[in-house]
Design a protein around this ligand. Structure first.
Ligand code: ZN
Length: 438
């Protein structure tokens, strides 16, 4: 199971241009950042150079563009640079600017992709964090946006952009990889409807706006400096924006976004929804590391791996591994175990479900070793063919065996497990696990 590593820029790189709203000159510099740093914007033009985390928690407004902020500090129109960083595989970076928004460039993400290319990309010694979609999420809003996120091994976006009265209705669907993004998505430019921008132009709110950096749709005609770059350029730009807005989640996404009439508000709402789901799965896991080597693990090492604690830690030690697929653990069943008090008074036996729990704990140590990474852990999903053959009494020593019999699609694993006392199988079963990122 290959582990994907986090990436940052190899070198500092930057570009200058005009900011959309103020029309002033702005210089943007991308800087490398350490693992687990994420993307942060830094306002060079303000006292003490404050930073703003590219996080959905910092979302401020979604009118026409995505604005984030912390305290009184704001950064506008972050979606295109975030889209390029995310899609090109940059997990950690500082986006330094001497204004409150990035240069608009030609309204596409190409200028940012070029800066990333110039800076270069390096791997870092930390696994990437993923949000794996396990069940569909969806959001809908009054503006007619509908976004659905479905499970998928890859990050895909499929989008339909419907214009007024059905004009310019387009569809585009793609997996997001750096190569595909650079070729098929990044060049798609911002488009605006004349009715929407005319009042803003009158109020002088988009001083930097021109046909140099946006396609203007007026009625049936398309006004732009150069011809459309793709027949479905609008839908592609919507995909660009979705990638940028979902970058505010802060982890990569393995899932398929289906978007009908998306917009920054809807995209942000989906990002919030994802972060909520992510928080649930993080609550289930704690940091742990897997020791190297084939040898036995003592109780301390077991506790470094498993989150369970007395009285729910069902493994005293790991006696050893056999190759990649077998493991044996041990548990001394003491009369002091709390469950004997009530199970059953006068005739204490170890509950069968706790034997299954012991199997699951031992098997998950094997799965962690197999995953060779502390970023993915096996969660116990189901048990089949469980049989309790003999009672387990206080004073017994339980030997817990687990053998991996199937690892399918690197998402699901099956282990045959048994508990043995005095060389006799007392319980057994087939346990299924699913791999989740921490
Ligand atoms: Zn955009």
């Amino acid at each position: 199971m290959a582990v994907e590593l986090q990436q940052t820029l190899a070198n500092v790189a930057g570009l200058s241009g005009t900011s959309l709203h103020t029309g002033e000159k702005v210089t943007l510099t991308l800087r490398p950042a350490p693992a687990d740093h994420g993307v942060k914007f830094r306002r060079k033009d303000l006292k003490d150079e404050p930073t703003v985390d590219a996080s959905i928690a910092n979302l401020k407004t979604v009118e026409r563009a995505t604005t984030i902020g912390e305290g009184a500090v704001r950064v506008h129109t972050v979606e295109h640079v975030l889209s390029a960083l995310c899609a090109m595989g940059i997990d950690n970076a500082i986006v330094e600017m001497d204004a409150n928004e990035p240069p608009i460039g030609d309204g596409s993400a190409v200028p940012y992709v070029e800066v990333i290319r110039r800076g270069g990309i390096v791997q870092q010694e930390a696994p990437r964090r993923f949000f794996d979609v396990r069940e569909p999420l969806h959001i809908e809003n009054k503006a007619g946006s509908l976004l659905v996120l479905l499970p998928d091994d890859k990050f895909r976006v499929s989008c339909t952009q419907a214009g007024p009265n059905g004009r310019f209705t387009q569809f585009f669907s793609t997996e997001i990889t750096p190569a595909v993004y650079e070729r098929e998505v990044a060049p798609a430019r911002t488009f605006v409807y004349y009715e929407d921008v005319a009042p803003l132009m009158e109020k002088n709110l988009i001083k930097g706006g021109s046909l140099e950096n946006a396609i203007v749709v007026r009625g049936d005609s398309v006004l732009s400096k150069e011809p459309l770059r793709f027949p479905d350029e609008f839908a592609r730009h919507k995909v660009l924006d979705i990638v940028g807005d979902l970058a505010l989640v802060g982890t990569r996404i393995r899932g398929h976004v289906l978007a009908v009439k998306p917009g920054h508000a809807a995209n942000a709402e989906l990002a919030r929804c994802i972060v909520k789901e992510l928080a649930k799965s993080i609550a289930l896991s704690v940091p742990r590391t897997m020791p190297h080597g084939e040898g036995a693990l003592d109780i301390q090492e077991v506790m470094n791996i498993l989150p369970h604690r007395y009285p729910f830690l069902m493994v005293d030690r790991i006696l050893g591994f056999e190759g990649e697929t077998k493991i044996t653990g041990m548990k001394t069943v003491s009369i002091n175990e709390p469950y004997f008090i009530g199970h059953f008074p006068g005739h204490p036996v170890m509950p069968g479900v706790l034997q299954v729990e012991a199997m699951a704990q031992v098997a998950s140590i094997l799965l962690m070793k197999l995953a060779k990474s502390s970023s993915r852990i096996g969660y116990f999903m189901s048990a089949d063919e469980v049989k309790f053959r003999k009672p387990v009494f206080p004073g017994d020593t339980l030997f817990i065996h687990a053998e991996l019999i199937r690892a399918r699609s690197n998402r699901i694993a099956k282990a045959h497990c048994s508990c043995v006392v005095n060389e006799t199988v007392v319980s057994e079963g087939d346990l299924m696990f699913t791999f989740l990122d921490k």
